[in-house]
Write a protein that binds this ligand. Structure first.
Ligand code: ATP
Ligand code: PRP
Ligand code: MG
Length: 285
């Protein structure tokens, strides 16, 4: 039987969330710490556990049809590959940083200076864009230590909370790009497997939409019903059902997770009671 081959990071920051999202779209696979390959039980799919940094080449060569990978790695090594869906986890920046005492305030100020990085193509691309020449020192890890040991004047590396920069006495002066985990495909993917990717993408969209939303149920006094409905967008419009107690209605709706607390406050101010907020597993639109 034909199977879709999908790569996920073998171990590291992307592994757990990648396996979780596969599970949430109804695909169960063993998360094999010691195996390189596993078959899904309920979908024509094989998972290959690989190094994040090696995945762009595997995609290009068609060894795998698709992959869950850090967008920053695709930009560095796979600019030619197609991003199918942004997945909303492993969010980070790729930034330029310098010692706190440095006068540099942007990449432009590093003209003629030494920059340590694991992302030479990304840095070169931006250096060209701003018309600056710098000497790149390519290292694979612990990049933030480079200025402290006299190896570089600045660095380009991943920043998330900023605590690694802080611990190493560095400050961020430029953000080259923002990244998150993405689903990417091989240029050599067959039509048959592209159909499977379309299926996966459809499921991913509904899971991601559900993650960003909440289901709200509340009791509303009828005299304020219009105001309360105005606060709740819903998918089409909120559902309103009469309560057994006269003068009251039950209102059901979907709200954006980010607006949640503000809307709740306004609902309460308008007399809403018994407000229940539930997570949504899937939203099929
Ligand atoms: N501190 C962080 N916060 C959020 N996301 C991060 C952070 N560091 C890295 N990432 C994202 O997670 C991806 C995987 O990072 P991780 O450190 O696990 O692997 P790696 O060493 O880059 O890759 P490999 O699998 O090749 O060893 C990165 O490519 C990036 O997209
Ligand atoms: O801004 P922060 O939240 O401190 O995160 C940034 C750090 O996280 C990553 O390293 P990681 O912990 O993945 O170690 P690694 O270099 O071994 O991959 C990255 O290379 C930075 O050093
Ligand atoms: Mg890392």
């Amino acid at each position: 039987m034909n199977k879709l081959k999908i790569a996920v990071q073998k171990s590291g920051r992307l592994n757990e969330d990648s396996m979780r999202i596969l599970k949430e779209i109804g695909i169960s696979v063993d998360n094999g710490k010691d195996q390189l390959k596993a078959s899904a039980r309920n979908f024509p799919l094989e998972v290959f556990y690989l190094r994040n940094g090696d995945i762009p080449q595997y995609l290009r060569d068609g060894v795998v049809d698709a992959a869950i990978i850090g967008e920053n790695v695709l930009i560095e090594k796979g600019n030619d590959l197609t991003i199918v869906e942004r997945l909303g986890f492993s969010k980070c920046k790729v930034s330029i940083a310098v010692p706190k005492s440095s006068k540099a305030t942007s990449l432009k100020d590093l003209d003629g200076k030494r920059i340590a990085t694991s992302y030479p193509n990304t840095v070169n691309q931006y250096l060209e864009k701003v018309g600056v020449k710098a000497n790149l020192h390519i290292i694979n890890g612990s990049v933030e230590i480079a200025p402290n040991i006299g190896l570089a004047d600045g660095i380009c590396d991943i920043v998330s909370s900023g605590s690694t920069l802080f611990k190493n006495g560095l400050k961020e002066i430029d953000v080259l790009l923002k990244s998150e985990a993405v689903l990417a495909t091989s240029p050599l993917i067959s039509e048959e497997n592209q159909e499977l990717i379309d299926k996966i993408q459809f499921r991913l969209k509904s899971v991601l939409k559900g993650r960003g939303s909440k289901y709200v149920l509340l009791n509303a006094p009828n005299e304020n019903l219009e105001k309360i409905i105005g606060l709740l967008p819903g998918m089409k419009s909120p559902t309103v059902l009469p309560l057994a107690t006269e003068g009251w209605s039950s209102v059901h709706s979907v709200i954006n997770k980010n607006d949640f607390w503000e809307i709740i406050d306004e609902l309460k101010a308008n007399g809403a009671e018994g407000i229940l907020v539930c997570p949504i597993e899937n939203m099929v639109l």
